[in-house]
Design a protein around this ligand. Sequence first.
Ligand SMILES: NC(=O)c1ccc[n+]([C@@H]2O[C@H](COP(=O)([O-])OP(=O)(O)OC[C@H]3O[C@@H](n4cnc5c(N)ncnc54)[C@H](OP(=O)(O)O)[C@@H]3O)[C@@H](O)[C@H]2O)c1
Length: 323
Amino acid sequence: MREVKISKHGGPEVLELKDFSLDNPKDNEVTIEHKAIGLNYIDTYHRSGLYPLNLPTSIGAEGAGIIKKVGTNVKEFNVGDRVSYAGTPLGAYSTHRNYPTKNLVKVPDSIDLEIAATLMTKGLTTFYLLHKTYKVSSGQTVLFHAAAGGVGQIFGQWAKTLGCTTIGTVGSDEKIQKAKTYGYDHVINYNKENFSEKVLEITDGKGVPVVYDGVGKNTFEDSLKCLCVRGIMVSFGNASGPLSPINVPKLLQPKGLYFVRPAMQQYLSSREDINEASEILFEKVLAKKIKIEIFKKYKLENIIQAHKDLESRKILGPAIIIP
Ligand SMILES: NC(=O)c1ccc[n+]([C@@H]2O[C@H](COP(=O)([O-])OP(=O)(O)OC[C@H]3O[C@@H](n4cnc5c(N)ncnc54)[C@H](OP(=O)(O)O)[C@@H]3O)[C@@H](O)[C@H]2O)c1
């Protein structure tokens, strides 16, 4: 058995693949043999220390695999079940692990486990962003940053199923077509064009009611310019760096804007929440309303390269790690 650990925060080189042996699962845990592991931008925050962890620690927040053992109190899962999960405790970058059943879901037979490993973080996040943080309505125009990325590709398709007009931003011309394929009606290369001017042009000067921003530092202030009066800024990530403290009188007050900084654990902490979100997600995937194309598969031993590629914006869509 092998797992990736970090003993200090830092660049991709702090990721170390190690042999280990696994104890039996605790009463409410199962032992999972991973078939695929989700690669997510949040993993880089855990590694770098932007989200500090107690060290040394395992790492990785999303996986899919087969149950090999069940703890004594586990009733709803059995050996042989195909399962996936997202969230803590970390440790998904591994061939095998123990995991509490709290966040675990059974994967429908017709969804491949490699696809399942792309869905739980990115898909469940999309669910709560569009249905809970701000409940979009048919006919609304929404703006999503980093539209060709992992969350971006699911978000664009999901927003279309809800009848939205979608504006996406991307960091290079090669990503424009990718974003269009995955549900964006308008795509702006924000490294070439002033995206707030373009958004106002597209919306006839009105602005959008909601911006979903996982880029953070570099897009924050211009995103506020894209919002209509009483619009809501949903800041759900920091790919370009964390936000500075917000100057409320200058930035929010003139248009009466709302600001929210959501995370999965606030929306997906109960069994009911996870079931509701994953059932809707799986339905959309099975109905092919959300199509997933795995952009790249990395071997676990190439985890350092995977993090380098993710942080240098070379990954166009969902990527997985094969243990
Ligand atoms: N709050 C939550 O619950 C939650 C859950 C899941 C994900 N997230 C957040 O959602 C965002 C997307 O996650 P993901 O895993 O799907 O990643 P991703 O979108 O595949 O990758 C991040 C993208 O951010 C863009 N970016 C802009 N400036 C960047 C910079 N300076 N350095 C690196 N990338 C930059 C890049 O796209 P371009 O080249 O097109 O700009 C890059 O491809 C992340 O911020 C993540 O933390 C939040």
